[in-house]
Design a protein around this ligand. Structure first.
Ligand code: SIN
Length: 277
């Protein structure tokens, strides 16, 4: 197995591994690579849906998403189908986020497997909140230490619907259903696997710091976001059919580029539960 870094602070390609046969020793090395690099990917993996789910189960319990906006691969409750049809205008995930930050115990990692890729575009972009933490000013670190922030699913859905006009009706049902679905998390978390500090706020879900209004919170959030979005802390995944990527939601944001209008894109997604424990 070879781990080839994508950038100085984020991302790695893992080479020389067949995910259908990889033994426990190799799997542990893959885990370590994910905790170290935040997002990792493999090319040319041929997995049946059963093998894909089994690979996901090696990471932990898989989340079953009940959102009406999420389709499933028939017969597989945990395997989501992230599909954008050629006639659709909106996609899922075209704003920076960490998955399910509004949940009391948000998910640990997400695993995407490419089935149909458009002829151009459709990259998934990543940003490292752990690398950014190391570059926070001392003053900002002091300010954030001990702070908590509110994360709201309704905020996410309303922002997306307002920005896009919800042209395919993906988000309307979710907005209705998600009333009050929010959680509070510390702004600086220690990564449960290796202890490194990560900034846990994001533009999609985070509304405000506890004890501050949205207006008071905004300039601080904007300053943090600007730092996390420095190109040094970012990387992007250019998909090929049968590429498989994983990211660690404790330490990276991601963003699904919606720049392939008129083309089909299908990825399968697994979400591994339990991140902040
Ligand atoms: C997501 O936000 O989980 C979707 C990512 C993608 O489709 O690239």
């Amino acid at each position: 197995m070879e781990v080839r870094k994508v950038g100085g602070y984020i991302g790695a390609e893992i080479m020389g591994v067949d995910l259908t046969t990889c033994n426990e020793e190799t799997f542990q090395k893959i885990k370590t690579a994910l905790w170290e690099h935040g997002f990792i990917y493999f090319r040319d993996q041929e997995l049946t849906t059963d093998e894909y789910r089994q690979f996901g189960q090696r990471w932990g319990e898989l989340f079953v998403n009940e959102s009406p906006a999420i389709e499933k691969v028939p017969g597989y409750a945990e395997v989501e189908e992230i599909r954008k049809n050629p006639h659709e205008l909106s996609n899922i995930g075209d704003e920076w986020h960490t998955d399910q930050a509004h949940q009391k115990n948000p998910c640990m990692s997400t695993i995407l497997y490419a089935k149909v890729i458009p002829p151009y575009g459709g990259d998934t972009c990543f940003a490292s909140t752990s690398a950014a933490y190391d570059f926070l000013s001392e003053e900002m670190r002091q300010k954030l230490q001990g702070l908590e922030a509110v994360h709201s699913q309704r905020f996410l859905l309303e922002q997306v619907a307002a920005r896009t006009g919800d042209p395919d009706g993906r988000f309307a049902a979710g907005i209705k259903k998600s009333k009050g679905s929010e959680s509070i998390h510390p702004v600086i978390i220690a990564h449960p696997e290796n202890g490194k500090a990560c900034i846990y706020v994001n533009p999609s879900y985070t509304t405000n710091f506890v004890g501050m209004t949205r207006e008071e919170s905004k300039p601080i959030l904007d300053e943090i976001y600007k730092l996390i979005l420095r190109p040094e802390f970012n990387a992007r995944m250019q998909w090929q059919t049968n590429s498989l990527a994983l990211w660690d939601n404790r330490q990276v944001w991601h963003y699904a580029s919606n720049d392939y209008q008129g083309h089909l894109r299908i990825l399968h997604r697994l979400v591994v539960k339990d991140s902040l424990q």
